[in-house]
Design a protein around this ligand. Structure first.
Ligand code: GLY
Ligand code: MN
Ligand code: MN
Length: 439
């Protein structure tokens, strides 16, 4: 992402924080996986959004109108020996030259410097409750400033949620962000298509997962945006199935919910297809209901509609469909009101998508679902899960779990399906899989 993009974001935030305010945002802590092995580090999304700084142990401070510089970065100093063991560091100079900080300080000096920055400010913008250790340090710094009251020093006495301001910004994607998210979705869509091409009975779910990750990484993604769900047969009915360790069987469906993270932006795609390349009549009937529900929901993703409109459109198609195939009995309107679909469809139809897979941004303003506006990105992901645990479900419907998920950008006139490249209709999937197996 262009350095100017980060600068634009800081400027916008700085305009809100304004004179007399100070914004503080640490990056994420490193997390132990086991003993002395750490999980791969990923920056805090809010911190990255404002700085682009990729290293751990860093804190951003914005002080509008500070004469010596407004954008301060605390980070690790250069250390040739540590860098030989653990990798390069930008150091203080790099923080300024590469990341545009006006002033950079060693992270080890945070306790000495930060209280001074708080002196005589009136408002702190900070996200409480995300990193408890840091919360406590901030309280300690404030107490130090408060204790100087008799010397005529004022401590800030207004707390504002930094997350509230930032997340509203993050909800509306810029041109640069949309470009990145389009790329993320393209990479993931191609990986889903590849999975259809190589799938056959006898493969293990993790072998398909390996192919997905390979496709992500060979195109520049460094990790999936969330643990990939690769479930065949009965596992299609477990929403967040993650064991991915069973063999795929002839005649079963395979549900894959997987998306790459590309340059810190998530994609989130689900496709469901037959392991052997041909839907059974029951699988096809269920698939068609979910597909029609998804298309009806996508059609509702346009400016001026409410956040909940796509969900309601999907629920109607799903309820009518369950009546059509005989799994629900009665009038669809009554059934919808009574939420008769719940045993078969128990999640919502989408969520915001961005740097986090379940991205930030309010879904309601006051008591009202918010209106969709250009630049917002949502997933659209209805499903049906016909588990044998549903009372009275005839056996021929057992273990048919279908979810279809795309990433959809709200545009000025309607929407753009960012993940459109992955085959989706029954005809597309079957012809694609058969062509691949004949090759
Ligand atoms: N992959 C998580 C979700 O679809 O919400
Ligand atoms: Mn999703
Ligand atoms: Mn998903």
């Amino acid at each position: 992402m262009d350095k100017r993009e980060f600068a634009r974001r800081r400027k916008r935030l700085m305009d809100m924080v304004d004179h007399g305010g100070i914004a503080i945002q640490p990056t994420a802590p490193e997390r132990v996986r086991n003993r002395d092995v750490y999980y791969p580090f990923r920056a805090d999304s809010d911190f990255h959004y404002l700085t682009g700084f990729p290293e751990p142990e860093a804190v951003m401070v914005l002080v509008p109108d500070r004469p010596q510089g407004e954008f301060l970065l605390f980070c690790r100093e250069k250390d040739p020996e540590a860098e030989t063991w653990h990798g390069r560091r930008a150091g203080l100079e790099g923080a300024c030259e590469l990341y545009g900080a006006d002033d950079a300080f060693p992270i080890s000096d945070l306790d000495d410097i930060l209280p001074g920055l708080l002196e005589n400010k009136t408002r702190i913008y900070y996200t409480m409750g995300r990193y408890q250790d840091f919360d406590q340090r901030l309280v300690g710094w404030l107490n130090r400033v408060t204790s100087k009251g008799r010397a005529g020093v004022h401590a800030p006495d207004q707390f504002h949620s930094l997350a509230h301001h930032l997340h509203e910004m993050r909800l509306y994607k810029s041109k640069e962000e949309i470009k990145t998210m389009r790329r993320a979705a393209q990479i993931s869509a191609a990986a889903h298509q590849h999975a259809m091409e190589i799938c056959k009975p006898g493969l293990y779910e993790y072998q398909i997962e390996a192919e997905l990750v390979h496709q992500f990484m060979r195109k520049g993604s460094r990790a999936p945006a969330y643990p990939s769900i690769v479930g065949g047969g009965a596992n299609t009915c477990i929403l967040h199935y993650h064991e991915n360790n069973e063999a795929l069987r002839d005649g079963d469906l395979l549900l894959i919910d997987a998306g790459c993270e590309y340059d810190h932006y998530a994609s989130d795609i689900t496709r469901t297809f037959p392991v052997n390349g041909r839907f059974t009549p029951e699988q096809k009937a269920v698939y068609e209901i979910v597909l029609q529900a998804q298309l009806a929901a996508i059609d509702k993703v346009r400016p001026g509609n409410h956040w909940n409109d796509p969900h309601m459109a999907a629920l109607e198609v799903i309820t009518r469909g369950l009546v059509d195939i005989g799994l629900l009995k009665g009038r669809w309107k009554t059934l919808m009101k009574d939420e008769a679909f719940r045993p078969y469809y128990m999640h919502r139809t989408g969520h915001w998508l961005g740097m986090d897979v379940h991205d930030v941004g309010d879904y309601k303003i006051g008591d009202e679902w918010r209106l969709l506006e250009p630049g917002m990105v949502t997933t659209v992901e209805p499903g049906l899960y016909l588990s044998p645990s549903i009372k009275g479900l005839p056996k021929r419907w057992w273990n048919i779990g279908v979810r279809i998920e795309d990433d959809v950008l709200v545009t000025a006139n309607g929407n753009e399906v960012l993940s459109h490249g992955a085959p989706k209709t029954v005809a597309e999937i079957e012809s694609h899989m058969q062509l691949a197996s004949a090759a």
